[in-house]
Design a protein around this ligand. Structure first.
Ligand code: GTP
Ligand code: MG
Length: 197
């Protein structure tokens, strides 16, 4: 069946563990700083313009959004982190729920941890990587917005990411480089997803 072409549906936005859909199929999740391009990447991968809200406003996605691909896969758009303007209590609540989700979700196959190519791996990303290591959750770095940089700059960013994952046992050794806007790296990322299910 065609995973990336048909019947992609929004399931629900979830704000606590009770709201999670049944863990009855493989699941992948997209994590990263606010504005890193999570929603855009999900839209580009699954060929849907309006599937996941994408906006220039950081912190817009405030819940864990579930999408289903046929009956074969759940795709999860996690709330962005590192958005300082949201009230601290709200940020802490997102973080607590997201961490509980990451630790407890039995059908979650891999987290794709998105890193903005222009920023590289920041301290807040490294904190999230530690959380994922502690949860023994497999994760894979996906560099985003590669269309914004020159080839030589991309090489530096890739090298920085290679160095950054060295101390992180749960990180996948292969780092992906993508542009949702230009379609770069999307076939490779799709192949990673297909291999998980
Ligand atoms: P939150 O939901 O707030 O956490 O953000 P997000 O990670 O879902 O980011 P979103 O997909 O909303 O994208 C944020 C901004 O980056 C938007 O203005 C997008 O148009 C832009 N953007 C996303 N992907 C790309 C890309 O591949 N290239 C370029 N040039 N811009 C991109
Ligand atoms: Mg979003």
């Amino acid at each position: 069946r065609k995973l990336f072409a048909s019947e992609v549906n929004f399931v629900k936005g979830v704000v606590n563990m009770k709201g999670l859909p049944p863990a009855d199929r493989p699941e992948i999740a997209f994590a990263g700083r606010s504005n890193v391009g999570k929603s855009s990447l999900i839209n580009a991968l699954f060929n849907r313009k309006q599937l996941a809200r994408a906006s220039g406003q950081p912190g817009r996605t405030q819940e864990i959004n579930f999408f289903s691909i046929l009956e074969d896969l759940f795709v999860v758009d996690l709330p962005g982190y590192g958005y300082a303007v949201a009230p601290k209590a709200v940020v802490d609540k997102w973080t607590a729920f997201t961490q509980t989700y990451l630790r407890g979700r039995t059908n979650l196959q891999r987290v794709f941890l998105l890193i903005d190519s222009r920023r590289g791996v920041t301290d807040v990303d490294k904190g999230i990587m530690k959380t994922l290591d502690r949860a023994a959750m497999n994760y894979q770095i996906v560099l985003t917005k590669a269309d914004k940089l020159k080839k030589s700059e991309l090489d530096d960013v890739m090298e920085g990411a290679v160095q950054a994952i060295k101390k992180h046992p749960a990180a996948h050794p292969r780092i992906m480089m993508t542009s949702s806007e230009k379609g770069m790296g999307l076939p490779e990322l799709k192949a990673e997803i297909v291999a998980l299910i």
